[in-house]
Design a protein around this ligand. Structure first.
Ligand SMILES: [Ca+2]
Ligand SMILES: [Ca+2]
Length: 176
């Protein structure tokens, strides 16, 4: 995954925002039933160990299970093109077994992968940020779009990577 992916045209950024989550919610929140609703499913082994909203971002922690964050089904209502954006941050030394997948789904069609992050194990880089932007996605004929973020952070016995944490923020869908 490139470190920075700028919009390739104006549609992602210049279009009106249809849906946005900035995670301005209580720390530890795993589900938002309010405006811009979402759910975050984590493994039983990390209950109480810090996954969920953390300082106005979504935090994923090492777990035996893959964690799955899903937006609500976002109604498109005549929108023909959308842009999708998410900002990711990682702290700690990740390894090739760690993964992150950002996907979207239109109605009940198959999931489409936008980007998959394979973490650099470079020990010099214990903080990295990634902006993923998909612009100009044709959604003609679809009623709804859902954003899905799956993450797998492996547990490790190595001290240098014992505190691996992954965050995401500013999940945005724009369109016209
Ligand atoms: Ca935020
Ligand atoms: Ca919300």
């Amino acid at each position: 995954m490139p470190r920075t992916r700028a919009p390739t045209n104006a549609e992602g950024e210049a279009s009106p925002v249809l849906w946005r989550e900035d995670f301005e919610l209580a720390d530890g929140t795993l589900r938002d039933d309010g405006e811009s609703a979402w759910t975050y499913e984590v493994g039983d082994d990390v209950e109480g160990k810090g996954p969920g909203v953390s300082r106005e971002k979504l935090r994923a922690v090492a777990s035996d299970a893959t964690s799955i964050w899903k937006s609500e089904a976002i109604v498109l209502n005549g929108i023909s093109r959308i842009g999708i954006g998410v900002d990711f941050f990682k702290i700690g030394n990740f390894v090739s077994e760690d993964d992150l997948r950002l996907s979207y789904q239109l109605d009940d069609r198959p999931l489409v992968l936008i980007d998959s992050l394979k973490f650099s194990p470079d020990p010099q880089e214990d903080f990295e940020s990634y902006q993923v932007r998909l612009a100009g996605l044709d959604v003609h004929g679809a009623r709804e779009v859902q954003i899905i973020i799956e993450s797998k952070i492996t547990k490790t016995s190595s001290e240098s990577s014992a505190n691996k944490v992954l965050y995401w923020d500013r999940v945005t869908v724009a369109g016209r």
